[in-house]
Every structure is written in C-alpha cells, then in structure tokens.
Design a binder for this molecule. Structure first.
Ligand code: ZN
Length: 391
C-alpha cells in the first residue's frame, strides 16, 4: 500500500490537491486528505507515504510509437540503434510504450520485438507492440497477421506500415485496405485496438489511400491511424481533415529546424486544437529508438539522430510555456492514446485506474514516477534500472 499526499492532480482534468491510496497496481481511493478512510491496523502498518508537497501529478505518459528494439539501419549496419533501456522511458515520465518495427524489418523481427516487450514488462514497464513493420508482406510469427494479433496478447494492431515514402514497399491501395481489414477483424475478435498505424513519408501522395479507404470501404475511420503527420505542413492539413472524419492522428515529437516545411509537435497540437477539430482524436508519440535520418535529393542519408521519449515532456513544457493549460495539453500524451489503444485504466487518474503516475517538478521534469504501484523514480533519480543498466 502506498499513500500519496498533497498531489495537485490533473486527471487530465484539474482536480486540485488530492490524496491517493494505492493498493498493488491500482488506485483504490482518491479524495481530500481529511476524508481518508481509516485503515485497519494490519494495512496501516504496511502503508508507506509520500508527501508530494503540492507537485502536479499527471497520468503516466503513453508513448505509442517506440522502436524498443532499436530502429535505424538506414545508412549501413553501424546505424542500427541499440535497444532502449528501461530508464530512458521512466526518467521521461513514460509508463506505457507500444513497440514497433520500422525500416529494418529484416535484421529485426517479431521474435526480437516480442522478447523486448516481455523484457520491459519484467522490468516493470507497461509494454505492448504492433505486428508487422514498414513492408508488405508483413513479417509474422504465425501464418498470418490476423493470427499474430489474435494469438499474441501484447500486439494491439499493425504498424508502422509505410506509405507515401521511398522506403516503403510501395503497397497497393488494395494491400493497405486488406491489412486495415485484418487489423479491424482481429480487434473485434480480441477487444484489442485493432488499428493500422501508418507511417507517412514525405511523398506527395500523402493520405490519398486513407481518404479513398473511407470513401470506398466499410472499415471504420478509427482503424486508420496515420503518424508523423506533422512532417510536412500540407500533410498536416490533410490529417486534420481526416480527424474530422473520424481518424485519430499522431504527431511525432521530432526536432524541427527554423524554416523547415514541418510543424513541431507542440505547434501541431496548438494548430490542431485552434482548428476546432475533435480534441480526442490526436496523440503525440516520440519515435524513441528510431533513427531520425535526413536524406539528400538522391535518397542518401546526409545526417542522423535518434528519437527519445524525453521529447514528450519537452513538448509538454513548450505547450505550457506557450500558455496552454496543463489539462488541455495532457490528453494527447495520456487519455487519447489509452482510448485509441483500448487500454482500460491507463492514461487517467481515477479510482480503479492503474497506478501509473508522474509528479512533475517546477521545471516540468519527472520528479516521481510510479508504474503499477511501484516507485521507479524519486527526486528525479531512477530507483529501478534495466537489467544491464549500471547505476
Ligand atoms: Zn516511422
């Protein structure tokens, strides 16, 4: 049992100062300290207490696009990014990740992805994944992607399938539609999200396929979940229109240079909300562990960086500095991805929800991080580390 006192709770709604009683991995009670039910003596003796001293307490961040195995490999074997260790997530306030394969679905595969997800789970993180990768035919463990989604519990949908990108396998419209149908039907069978998480490249075809799918098929709009849509301004405008039609769109918190034809995730969210599009149909992810290559006109990599989950709290900080209320800024990092991914108990602070909590210090950094009732970070320091992380 764990009692948190003096937490300024954003659930994401602002609830003011609250106390929370956590039992096991669940928030058992939340309310004013004066209303705290008296615990039976046997429980009181095993309850530890943390006084958060009025710090802002938010739901743990849900990072729904992470190359947990390490991505990359686009400019030679030395550019394969190593697997992302536990504290790269926990110190960044991320309590749930969705792992995926990208460009390199040859030297990385579903076995490696699942093993990495299981490893992160053993270390205390909430970890899930997508089936497949950039290319069709998808790499699968069973005889079909529907089989993978139905039989392999951690896999929530298909992704990141690349379209409108020179690195894609140039899937036909029919192939994309077939995969969306597989994801949707597997979602029906299992109660999982059943979404098709689409990597969008810089290609001028943009979101053509998704618009056509909404017009020509019976597949619900929510199944189509395009990501990186802030990488080009025109692509972003297409994505906002699709969000109005029922798709949930994902912004990537990558660095954006001055004068670049792209929006930062912070600017994208501000523009999205100002447009009046549905506030619950936008999420922000980090692309952690993925390579951030810049290509020259011949398609060769000219420079390279690696995505990090820390970009999420940085984006949140930028939004707050721009004057956005925390309760408005939080859902794309918490409640929205949890709803899209059909992860009950995640992304919200309420009685009965998972005890996945982050206390922010005055600078907006993660001061305390609790995952499933276990304390991972205190005073900004990792108390738990990944198996091969040295102190
Ligand atoms: Zn991608």
């Amino acid at each position: 049992m764990l009692l948190l006192r003096n937490a300024d709770v954003y659930a994401p709604r602002a609830l003011g100062l609250q106390s929370l009683l956590i039992g096991g991995d669940t928030i058992l009670w939340m309310g004013q300290a004066s209303d705290l039910p008296s615990l039976p003596p046997a429980l009181a003796t095993i309850t530890s207490e943390i006084d958060l001293g009025g710090l802002r307490l938010i739901p743990g961040l849900v990072d729904a696009h992470v190359h947990v195995t390490g991505g990359g490999g686009e400019a030679g074997f030395r550019t394969r990014v190593p697997a992302v260790p536990l504290t790269r997530f926990t110190l960044a306030g991320v309590t749930t990740v969705v792992g995926l394969l990208g460009t390199d679905d040859v030297t990385r595969g579903p076995r490696d992805l699942l093993a990495t997800i299981y490893g992160l789970r053993e270390e205390g993180l909430n970890a899930y994944g997508y089936a497949g990768g950039y290319h069709v035919p998808l790499a699968t463990l069973t005889d079909s992607v529907r089989g993978d989604l139905v039989l392999l519990e951690p896999l929530l949908g298909i992704g990141e399938l690349a379209i409108s990108d020179h690195r894609s396998s140039q899937p036909s419209f029919e192939e994309v539609l077939r995969l969306a149908a597989d994801a949707h039907v597997a979602g029906l069978m299992t109660g999982k999200a059943g979404i098709l998480h689409l990597h969008l490249g810089d290609g001028p075809r943009g979101l053509d396929f998704v618009r056509r799918a909404l017009q020509e098929s019976e597949i619900p709009a929510r199944v189509f979940n395009p990501t990186h849509v802030n990488r080009r301004k025109a692509l972003f405008a297409e994505a906002v229109a699709l969000a109005r039609d029922g798709c949930c769109i994902d912004l990537t918190a990558f660095p954006v240079a001055d004068g670049e034809d792209a929006y930062s995730a912070a600017e994208g969210l501000q523009r999205y909300l100002a447009s009046g599009a549905p506030p619950d149909r936008i999420t922000i992810s980090s692309d952690a562990g993925g390579c951030l290559p810049c290509f020259d006109a011949d398609g060769r990599v000219s420079s390279m960086d690696v995505g990090s989950s820390g970009a999420l709290l940085e984006t949140l900080r930028t939004l707050l500095q721009a004057g956005m209320p925390l309760a408005t800024a939080l859902p794309p990092f918490t409640a929205n991805p949890a709803r899209l991914l059909r992860l009950p108990g995640k992304g919200r602070i309420e009685t009965g929800a998972s005890a996945d909590l982050v206390a922010l210090d005055a600078t907006g950094a993660a001061q305390t991080v609790i995952i499933g009732g276990q304390i991972h970070v205190r005073a900004g320091q990792a108390l738990r580390r990944g198996t091969f992380e040295s102190p």
